[in-house]
Design a protein. Structure first.
Length: 363
């Protein structure tokens, strides 16, 4: 059902509504056109606020960043978005890394949205639990899925109070799709629309983040500078620099290391990443879904890259038909993109697909 087009930014979209199912194929677009972004002088100025929001656990505060066009302070529910990160890297280096003068967070804010990101406990600017200051093997995994969902709920409630609204849009990436999927399934009254980017579902191959890692320990040390080969796994060597320029990668490395002052002083420099989100086989040997997709009642978009080695197409294809109560659901696969399209040359195609979904008809 899901064909692949190999030229430019060809994508396959499955669109399902209560009225039925149809298949659309986007025309291929030229590389230069999709990678281009407006020049800096043409972009509206953004206001930036940062907060430390109390979590449901005493002593844990969550880093929340907000961006919006300067002067804008009132937003309806359908103009408010919250991002959450994956299992290794924090939100600020994922969604708010300026490349060619603009981040994904900037892009949505300049479309007239009130945009937030949150770091789950143990990541980025949020509190690191005491276990992360001890040797990893002294404590069980930090930042479990249940804790991450509670952290997202704390961030959502903060935004709802701040803007006096009842619901907002959610965007999750990688493990963040599991967090946001469970949140939408259990807190649906607070969710307007749901975007699952690189959606994670039942695995038939091992998670790249979990390889050579003792999943029973509190956290792991990540050599960020060595991540390029894992990032580009499955991409033809002649396309590496075109897809992920060396300068962009180095900017990303520096941004991640800056979030962990302790790790950045090691040799080689590392970043601490909690192990609570790593997949662990169930004792029975039977895979247990992390949430019930049928409980999601918000319009839902699944979007991924053609060359995503960590969340292959089989995951999205298995999850998509289970979203039986989403009033609208879409599945988009973007050509020539990996697990981290938002940080690659072809990122504008991802931005436009997601923006189109957020901007879509309200009924």
């Amino acid at each position: 059902m899901f064909n692949s087009l190999r030229q430019g930014f060809a994508a396959v979209i499955s669109v399902s509504a209560m009225a039925g199912l149809r298949l659309l194929v986007l025309p291929a677009l030229a590389l230069a056109g999709c990678a281009a972004a407006p020049s800096a002088p043409d972009l509206p100025a953004l206001a930036v606020d940062e907060f430390h929001v109390p979590s449901k656990t005493a002593g844990i505060e969550l880093f929340v960043r907000n961006k919006r066009v300067k002067g804008a302070e009132t937003f309806p529910s359908h103009r408010i978005v919250l991002f959450v990160h994956g299992v290794t890297f924090p939100s600020e280096s994922t969604f708010d890394l300026s490349l060619d003068g603009q981040s994904w967070m900037d892009y949505i804010a300049r479309a007239g949205y009130d945009v937030y990101l949150v770091d789950v406990r143990g990541y980025g600017g949020s509190t690191r639990p005491p276990a992360m200051s001890e040797p990893p093997d002294r404590n069980p995994p930090v930042a479990t899925l249940a804790e991450a969902v509670d952290d997202v709920d704390s961030a959502v409630d903060f935004i709802l109070r701040r803007r006096n609204v009842e619901r907002i849009h959610l965007i999750g990436w990688s493990w963040g799709t599991v967090i946001m999927g469970r949140y939408a399934a259990t807190h649906g009254e607070k969710v307007d629309r749901l975007v699952l980017y690189a959606p994670v579902w039942q695995r038939t191959t091992e998670s790249q983040a979990a390889r050579e890692t003792d999943r029973k320990t509190a956290y792991r040390l990540v050599n960020v500078a060595a991540a390029r080969s894992r990032w580009l796994a499955g991409v033809a060597p002649e396309k590496h620099e075109q897809l992920l320029p060396r300068s962009w990668f180095e900017t990303w490395v520096a941004a991640n290391l800056a979030t962990d002052p302790w790790g950045s002083q090691r040799s080689p420099a590392v970043m601490r990443a909690p192990n609570g989100g790593l997949p662990v086989p169930h004792a029975s040997g039977v895979w247990v879904p992390p949430y019930d997709p049928a409980a999601i009642q918000a319009p839902t978009l699944l979007v991924k890259g053609e060359w995503d080695a960590d969340a292959p197409s089989s995951m999205a294809q298995a999850l998509f038909p289970l979203l039986v109560n989403a009033p609208v659901k879409q599945h988009v696969e973007i050509g020539e993109g990996t697990h981290s399209i938002m940080l690659e040359r072809n990122r504008m195609q991802l931005f436009r697909v997601v923006q189109g979904f957020l901007d879509g008809p309200r009924n």
